[in-house]
Design a protein around this ligand. Structure first.
Ligand code: SAM
Length: 297
């Protein structure tokens, strides 16, 4: 077994050798605690038949733990300066492929049959760049990737939003989206001291296992998400007012929206944060019927 990358001493040594300086704007907070890494790997339930998609390998601290436990690791890294370092630190592993790309622009769906054809199942495992946590999670879920689940480190505040229940301040479109597609739980809270440099906020590892089918059945998924986003556009406004100004095709008549809301049994004076996933489903189905399919255009 090779020496772990994720110790303070080895990390400093690697960074010094390459004269690497952290780019704050890229969310570069590297893990320097092997226990935390082992815990992440354990929560992901990897086997030698699992293909792993990693986002942001950094200098390879998590990547090497994944490589030791999975069949193959495909990692997306945006920072070109890390490539010579990764070539060096990950040289003992022949089951890692690093792709130089912004994960938000990457065609992950197309990568899977070429890079992970030999894997029986796929997990996304990462210590996410915090400035893009939410768009990454939305992307991973909206693209319907053939994955078993997602186990990722993120800022605790976003982890709280993911598991929030209706009627709480943390509840929003992220909570609904994640709970619609997955069974999600916070697997562990992580102190700042396990990162170099230390982030300003606390962190948490969240485990999201994809449901066999979404929590509820809706007639038109993109429209369902659109309605949710509109209802949370201005949190202090009622759903009626948000919908009146936010639905596509210009402003739609309040009377028509009210008709849809009545059909779904939703009080127009309510705010988005009080609606359950089921109620958003009923609302979007009723609105779709009232306005016809063309509202999704
Ligand atoms: N996995 C490493 C670790 O745990 O030590 C590094 C994690 S660090 C929090 C986030 C990593 O994501 C950095 O290496 C950063 O360069 C990379 N990154 C930032 N934005 C990215 C993006 N849009 N696409 C791919 N990688 C990105």
């Amino acid at each position: 077994m090779h020496k772990d990358i994720a110790t303070p001493g080895r990390t400093k040594e690697i960074l010094g050798k390459y004269g690497f300086s952290f780019k704050k704007g890229l969310g570069q907070n590297f893990l320097i605690d092997t226990n935390v890494l082992r815990n992440i790997v354990e929560h992901a339930g990897l086997t030698k038949e699992t293909g792993v998609i990693e986002i942001g390998p950094g200098i390879g601290a998590l990547t090497e733990q994944l490589a030791r436990n999975a069949q193959k690791v495909v990692a997306y890294e945006i920072d070109q300066r890390l490539f010579p370092i990764l070539k060096d630190t990950l040289s003992p592993y022949d089951n890692v492929r690093i792709i130089h790309e912004d994960v938000l622009k990457a065609d992950i769906q197309a990568m899977i049959p070429t890079e992970l054809a030999g894997s029986k199942e796929i997990m996304v495992v990462a210590n996410l760049p915090y400035y893009v946590t939410t768009p990454i999670i939305f992307k991973l879920l909206e693209e319907h990737l053939p994955i078993r689940g997602i186990v990722v480190m993120m800022q605790k505040e976003v982890a709280d939003r993911i598991s929030a229940r209706p009627g709480t301040k943390d509840y929003g479109s992220l909570s609904i989206m994640v709970q619609y597609y997955t069974l999600a739980e916070t697997a562990m809270i992580v102190p700042k001291s396990v990162f170099m440099p230390q982030p300003k906020v606390d962190s948490a590892v969240v485990k999201m296992l994809l449901r066999e089918k979404p929590a509820i059945a809706v007639k038109n998924e993109p429209f369902f998400f659109q309605v949710i986003k509109i209802c949370f556009a201005q949190r202090r406004k009622t759903i009626l007012n948000n919908l009146a100004s936010g639905l596509p095709n210009g402003k739609l008549k309040k009377t028509e929206i009210l008709k849809g809301m009545a059909k779904a049994g939703i009080d127009p004076a309510r705010r988005g944060e009080t609606l359950s996933v089921e109620e958003f489903g009923a609302l979007s189905d009723a609105l779709l019927e009232t306005f016809g399919e063309k509202t999704t255009e």
